[in-house]
Design a protein around this ligand. Structure first.
Ligand code: PLP
Length: 380
């Protein structure tokens, strides 16, 4: 099956007809426990839901095929995936994180990892000289988020993976914004891909989940799996089923998300009220060439910075009608968020920035909504 293209894999792998009934849609196995022999012999390969479940296994197959990995694990959330992975490193390990990334990751490495004896350094992952210098000391892991949340910064997965390997570390890529439909980090040299499946995989803003896909089913992958099964941040079967359902339309949704984002960006980039559009598909974006080389399309996440600072940004967010003010991304409905307002007491995002997740509404309506919301700013 692996010679097939990602859009086809997303529809077929893990979606085989149920052997017991011929059902074309996968059954949901809600059982927490599975009958075994008198001496604990597994009968059909399963024992207890925390250790593994047939619905989850279907999703793991889909993820492996899409990312081109040998092993995949699913988690209760993207944060659970990150935490389980990072806590599998021995105390004393050093991890290099991007200076621009999802705020949850920042809290994890800022507040929790040092308590566990993990040494944390941050660096601008778009600056390869800075990363090279930071890789002079031994490394357990280098964390890449590209495109990044919320500035849409691009980092070079192949170059960074090489630097990580030369320093003795693993390269991990948060591929949430791109999905394997647009970017396949393992083929570019990374070792592990992480996803918040809450976003585009689920695709309907109704299921939380996370995943790790490993290039190699090696001892480290086994160690992370063991930690997951013991500590228990597993994905519930109903959530696995909803995520599998999302996978089947992932190719079609990503194509439409991306095409609409392109149209909206063209409008926003030419608008006098907009100071800057952060989207890697723009030739003026500093990471455009790298993004064009490592991505099939540039994605449907973008951020805009408005003339007039915080007030102007909040005014636009308040006037949008089709874009709902809400956190998260990757659903059918378009979302907008003033990130600085939701990042706690020390926000990192610029005050004039709005993050936008372009949904599946008609693109003309999305452009028209921004046109009416920006009109007053032009007159200010
Ligand atoms: N990674 C990125 C890029 C995200 O945007 C998010 C959540 O917004 C996460 C990870 C965390 O995922 P979850 O909310 O599923 O725990």
């Amino acid at each position: 099956m692996n010679a097939l293209r990602p859009g086809t894999l997303a529809v077929h792998v893990g979606n085989e007809a149920d052997p017991a009934t011929g059902a074309v849609a996968p059954p949901i196995h809600l059982a927490t426990t599975f009958r075994h022999g008198p001496a604990g012999e597994r009968i059909a390969g399963y024992e207890y839901q925390r250790e593994g479940n047939p619905t989850n296994d279907r999703l793991r197959e889909t993820l492996k095929a899409l990312e081109g990995g040998e092993e995949a694990l699913t988690f209760a959330s993207g944060m659970a995936a990150m935490t389980t992975l990072l806590e599998s490193l021995p105390a004393g390990s050093r991890v290099l994180f991007p200076d621009e990334c999802y705020s949850g990751l920042r809290m994890l490495f800022g507040e929790f990892l040092p308590e566990r004896g993990i040494a944390v350094d941050t660096v601008d992952m778009a600056d390869l000289d800075a990363v090279r210098a930071a890789c002079a000391a031994p490394l357990a892991m280098l964390w890449i988020e590209t495109p990044s949340n919320p500035l849409l910064k691009i980092s070079d997965i192949a170059a960074l993976s090489e630097l990580a390997h030369a320093a003795g570390g693993l390269a991990v890529v948060d591929n949430t914004f791109a999905t394997p439909l647009l970017q396949r980090p393992l083929a570019l040299g990374a070792d592990i891909v992480m996803h918040s499946t809450t976003k585009y995989f689920g695709g309907h803003s109704d299921v939380l989940g996370g995943a790790l896909v490993f290039a190699r089913a090696d001892a480290f992958a086994q160690k992370v799996a063991h930690r997951l099964h013991v500590t228990g941040a597993v994905l519930a079967p109903f959530s696995a089923w909803l995520t599998l359902r999302g996978c089947r339309s992932l190719g079609a949704r990503m194509a439409m998300h991306c095409a609409s984002a392109r149209k909206l960006v063209a409008f926003l980039a030419a608008h006098p009220a907009v100071e800057r559009v952060n989207w890697p598909g723009l030739p003026s974006h500093p990471g455009h060439a790298v993004a064009a080389a490592q991505m099939r399309e540039f994605g449907a996440m973008l951020s805009i910075q408005l003339h007039g600072g915080r007030e102007a940004a909040l005014a636009v967010a308040g006037r949008l009608r089709l874009f709902t003010n809400a956190t998260s991304l990757g659903g059918c409905e378009s979302l907008v968020e003033h990130r600085a307002s939701v990042e706690g007491p020390n926000p990192r995002s610029p005050q004039n920035l709005l993050r936008v997740s372009v949904g599946l509404e008609d693109e003309e309506d999305l452009v028209a909504d921004f046109a009416q919301a920006l009109e007053c700013n032009t007159q200010m």
